[in-house]
Design a protein around this ligand. Sequence first.
Ligand code: 6YU
Length: 503
Amino acid sequence: AGQNANILIIGCGIAGIGAAQRLIRHGFNNVRVLEATSRSGGRIKTGSLGSNIVEIGANWIHGPSQENPVFRLACQYQLLDKESMSEENQAVEVGGHPPFIPNWFSSSGRKLDSEMMAPASELFMTLFEKCQEFHDSGEEPLPTVGEYFKREALKVANEEWNEDQTTKKLRLAYLGTLLKVECCVSGTHTMDDVGLGAFGMYKTLPGLDCTFPGGYEGLIKHMMNELPKDTVLYNKPVKCIHWNNTYKQSSQKGRTCPVTVECISGETFDADHVIVTIPLGYLKKHQHTLLQPSMPLRKLHSIQRMGFGTNNKIFLEFEMPFWDEDCEAIYLVWEDESALADIVSDVKMAWVRKLFGFTVLKPAETFGHVLCGWIAGHESEYMETLTELEVLNTITQVIRRFTGNATIAPKKLLRSQWFLDPYTCGSYTYVAKGCSDFDIDNLAEPLPLPGSKDQPLQVMFAGEATHRSFFSTVHGALITGWREADRLLSHYTTPAGLVTSKL
Ligand code: 6YU
């Protein structure tokens, strides 16, 4: 029966687990997952800082409402608190920017006034909403989000903020900080790399972003419990996928499989179908060797064109908070940066200027006084090469300078290193300058390409980078795993609805 089709899934992140779960549930009994590392979850990774749990990777369910499959699963497994599940929270429209209550600190050691900063926050939101509209309107007044944002922001600042030059400079400096925030959200080095016309491809769902009180990895654990034992083979980094029978030794009980997957160790696995859920960062780095024969040019070019940047977190624990009780986010405003800069010219000397600030872990009764610092881009990649102590010392100096309190000393530090992770090579996908919906379609297209006479669906592609409107998210990744499982299901399903053999 078709249930015997030999299916290999590469990568045990949520896309791979989702694909495996769906195939097995529908009767496929020859499904295995090859995972490079010793753990499941990929970019969903919960760690600890002292007695606190912290998210090293994905943080929130973006848009937690019924349309979001991650939200539905989290509810089903009872992993969320009551408030997150309430109808009221599900109905909130935040458009990708949850409303945080902020504190602002400036480089001269001042706490800035929220009324003074408000016009800059409003301008930022207005311009970003405009940026999201260009995709549907089909216009692109400038090639990138960064260029458009700077042009429009300076126009408003020069026309409307002239009553006081000091305030104007501070607001512009804060807009620079908000651009650094956006680099973290988009997972890019600079907003000058993010395509303006394509920016609106990303769609948000209703719902007030929420976290998993017991850690995001709880979701992975529950999903893994539904897979038969031994479905996942760990510590099996894949080196090459030989498709179209290019691997001579390929054979299985007298039958030749169209694909042979070769691991770095030399071990090989035959398959009828392979679902690749490897992150785009890894695909970029290994694009010329991962597939044999090589990928068709249009897929290769889309892998090259699409963006995959770095966003890292730096967790810090304090004895006492230096922020207000209701504060949810801290913005660092460099007073000498009024040119709307979202990159640092001397990365080695001044990488820390790219850190936009912190989000506050809540509730304090659970977490104590823990901040999560956010830093994107090449500055973030450089930070990864430093020792924890070097990072701690640099950030401590910055906090002392911005608060004017020379005695503040974080107790503990933990940071992520997603760029150095050999199986991720960055954080997540963004639509780079010059990209369009077609690039994501090209990434998702199975091999051989349509029209070929060779056995179909030999190599299929899932993972966050392959979702047209939910790339860079957990729900996007999960949906793509399901999508590829469904592709196989319909391939093997007769009009009568039976899974049959096509072998
Ligand atoms: C979300 C959030 N979040 C923060 C940070 C990161 C990410 N995301 P996986 O990588 O999980 O699995 C692949 C597996 O393959 C893995 O286990 C590898 O080891 C394995 N592998 C690789 N090579 C292999 C080989 N050769 N052989 C065998 N195995 C191999 N998403 O919903 N909420 O808060 C965040 C965040 C620091 C790093 C996130 C968030 C992204 C998700 O984590 C990610 O998409 C999925 O987990 C990926 O799952 P997967 O299965 O595809 O791959 C307007 C506009 C702009 C658009 N952007 C706005 C959206 C905002 C996105 N925000 C994210 C923000 C945070 C904070």
